[in-house]
Write a protein that binds this ligand. Structure first.
Ligand SMILES: Cc1cc2nc3c(=O)[nH]c(=O)nc-3n(C[C@H](O)[C@H](O)[C@H](O)COP(=O)(O)OP(=O)(O)OC[C@H]3O[C@@H](n4cnc5c(N)ncnc54)[C@H](O)[C@@H]3O)c2cc1C
Length: 263
C-alpha cells in the first residue's frame, strides 16, 4: 500500500495486523527474501516527502525518518550543525545501500551492528513517534529495546530524529569492520562538551551501551569500558573476548577523535 500522507500511513499500519512500514527496503526486503518475515501488508513510505526533510530550528537539527544516508551526506544543515552524522553515514556499506537506506529504517531495524544507533545515543538524540492516539518523543537511550526491537509499536510510525545542533560539538566515531565497507565487529561513538563525555558502544550488546566516564583521558575511558562488564556475542567473525577488546580500542579512538576536534 502506498499512502500519500503520514495520517494515511498510520491509519493503514493500525488497520492491518502485523503491517510493516517499508522505508529503503535494504533490511526489510532482505529479511523477506530470506523468509524470516512475511508481513501480509507493507505500507510504503516512499511517497511521503514530508518524512524526508532535514531542517534546523533553533538549536535542534531535525532529520525526517525517510532521509537517506546520501541525503544526510549532502545536507548543508547537517554539515553546519552536526557533521559527524554525514561522516558516519558515508561509512555505511556501499553507494546503493546509501542511496536507498534511511535513518528511520536504520534505527527501527536496530541491528546491533548498525552504525547509527550508538552514534545517536552518544549525541543525545531523540525520536518522535506518532500513532493514531498522538505523538511522543523518546530519548535515544530509551528507544532501543533489544535485537531488532525498539519502542516503535504496532500501528506506530517513526516521524523524525532530532539531534542537538552544535556546530562546535566535539564528536568522534570509530569502527572495526569486516573488510573495508563491511559489517562492524565493534564500533563506538563519542561526544564531548566541556567536562561531559558520552560514549556509546555498538555490537557488544543488543542495544547501544552508554558510558559516561569521569573524563576523556585514556585511563578513564578504558576503566569505563572495563566497568561496563560487557558480555558481547561470539560468532564466526570474532569471539566475545576479542569483541570486548575491540570495544575498548574503538572507545579510546572515538574519544581521541572528538578531543582533537574540540581543540
Ligand atoms: C549489503 C548491506 C550492507 C549493510 N551494511 C550496513 C552497515 O555497515 N551499517 C549499517 O548501519 N547498516 C548497514 N546495512 C543496513 C542498511 O543501513 C539499512 O538501510 C537499514 O538498516 C534499514 O534502513 P531502510 O531504510 O532500508 O529500512 P527498511 O529495510 O525499509 O526497514 C527496516 C525496518 O524498519 C522499519 N521501519 C522503517 N522505517 C520506519 C518508520 N519510519 N517507522 C517505523 N518503522 C520503520 C521497517 O518496518 C522494518 O522493520 C546494510 C544493508 C545491506 C543490504
Amino acid at each position: 500500500m502506498r499512502p500519500s500522507s503520514v495520517e494515511e500511513a498510520i491509519r493503514l499500519l493500525g488497520a492491518h495486523d502485523g503491517a510493516r512500514a517499508l522505508a529503503g527496503g535494504q533490511t526489510l526486503v532482505n529479511v523477506m527474501k530470506a523468509r524470516a518475515a512475511s508481513p501480509d501488508v507493507l505500507v510504503d513510505l516512499n511517497r511521503l516527502e514530508e518524512l524526508r526533510a532535514i531542517s534546523v530550528s533553533g538549536d535542534t537539527l531535525r532529520l525526517g525518518a525517510m532521509a537517506t544516508y546520501t541525503q544526510i551526506m549532502a545536507s548543508s544543515e547537517v554539515d553546519v550543525s552536526r557533521p559527524i552524522l554525514a561522516e558516519v553515514a558515508a561509512q555505511i556499506a556501499d553507494v546503493q545501500v546509501r542511496n536507498r537506506g534511511t535513518i528511520g529504517g536504520n534505527v527501527c531495524s536496530n541491528d546491533p551492528t548498525n552504525h547509527l544507533p550508538p552514534l545517536l545515543v552518544a549525541l543525545g538524540a531523540s525520536m518522535t513517534i506518532r500513532a493514531a492516539a498522538g505523538e511522543r518523543t523518546v530519548p535515544a537511550e530509551e528507544f532501543f529495546l533489544g535485537v531488532y526491537m525498539t519502542v516503535v509499536g504496532e500501528g506506530e510510525l517513526l516521524l523524525s530524529v532530532s539531534v542537538p545542533a552544535a556546530a562546535n560539538a566535539a564528536d568522534g566515531f570509530s569502527s572495526i569492520t569486516i573488510g573495508r565497507d563491511g559489517t562492524c565487529l565493534a564500533n563506538a561513538a563519542a561526544s564531548m562538551a566541556g567536562d561531559s563525555v558520552r560514549i556509546a558502544l555498538g555490537c557488544v550488546d543488543a542495544v547501544p551501551v552508554l558510558l559516561t566516564p569521569t573524563s576523556g583521558d585514556e585511563n578513564s575511558v578504558r576503566q569505563a569500558v572495563e566497568e561496563a562488564a560487557l558480555d558481547p556475542p561470539s560468532d564466526v567473525h570474532a569471539s566475545a573476548e576479542y569483541r570486548r577488546h575491540l570495544a575498548g580500542i574503538c572507545a579510546v579512538r572515538a574519544v581521541e577523535q572528538a578531543r582533537e576536534r574540540g581543540k
